[in-house]
Design a protein. Sequence first.
Length: 375
Amino acid sequence: MKTLVKILKKPITSTLIAVLFGFLVAAIVLILAGYNPIQAFSALFNGIFSKPKYISNVIIKATPIILTGLSVAFAYKTGLFNIGAEGQYIAGTVFSVLVGVKLDLAPVFQIPIVVLAGVLGGALFGGMVGLLKARFGIHEVITSIMLNWIGLYLCNFIVNSEAYHKPNSTASLPVNTSSYTMLLPQWKASPEGIAVLKPHQWLYDMLVRTDVNFGILIAIVMVAVIWVLLYRSTKGYELRAVGFNRDAAEFSGINVSRNIIDAMLIAGALSGLAGALAITGTAPHGISTLAAFENNGFNGLSVALIAGSSPVGCVFAGLLFGGLLYGGQSVQQVVGAPTEIINIMIGTIVFFVALTRIVPILADRLGKRGTEHAN
């Protein structure tokens, strides 16, 4: 009994229970809709793991969600709710295109400049939220929601501007090829590259048939950087102190206003980085007219919740989301079930994650009952 109580009190247990309930609710909905849940889940997992290119696409799909999730998780650790990750992500894509289309340097210079432009765009949007919060006390949820819409319409404005519009399309011009962060983009498409890769079918599928890029490696590095910043640095201590108790932090001599601005600058920069890597790492390497949000930032909110705002947990939660979103297409193709089933599953997982505090309470009650029976 003691071992069971210890297991139930661990945060990972609550998350796994939430995921399990997500699949259970999805199975019930599938049955009620007249579909076979075993067949549907089989199609889901086959759509994730059955081919190397599927695994590669899941990682590509997960990369921006990991970074926006990290952005939300970081802000939450500092006492802020960054619901503006979507707008910051869009700003990252826009600023990367603004620079990447007009600038064409050697890749060693072009890539850092284009990526940093996206980081700057996200940081600008996040910094505005932090500044308004620190100086005027305007709640970050209100300003960040408004900036989400500003980001969307800014994107549409740039797409339709004469300088960036791609003729006969609803998209912008792509960034120059020297901006690409894909893995061997020219070589793998050349006759020499295909000749080398063709005998190795799994490698051919993964490299040639997907936009495999360095984004996931950068995301993992940023997870490590944010973890060190939060838990192994003086600045991280100040940021977390402001998040725990703003009045106590100010009384101890910490500059609360500056740390609020810094926290949102960093959170915005992470979402902007996600947008920049989406432009440089995946086709069509440009932005398009948006009729609605693409949800890379909003999915980051769910990732941060599932991860319990843990930087490391964002990697695993992001991969889970990437798998569900990409593999969910197979559910519709194979079984015929609508992809909304996947959205129901994701929503259920997030809902039960929000109830994770119940699990430790139940564990305590089990522990007390076990003690009473022993006596």
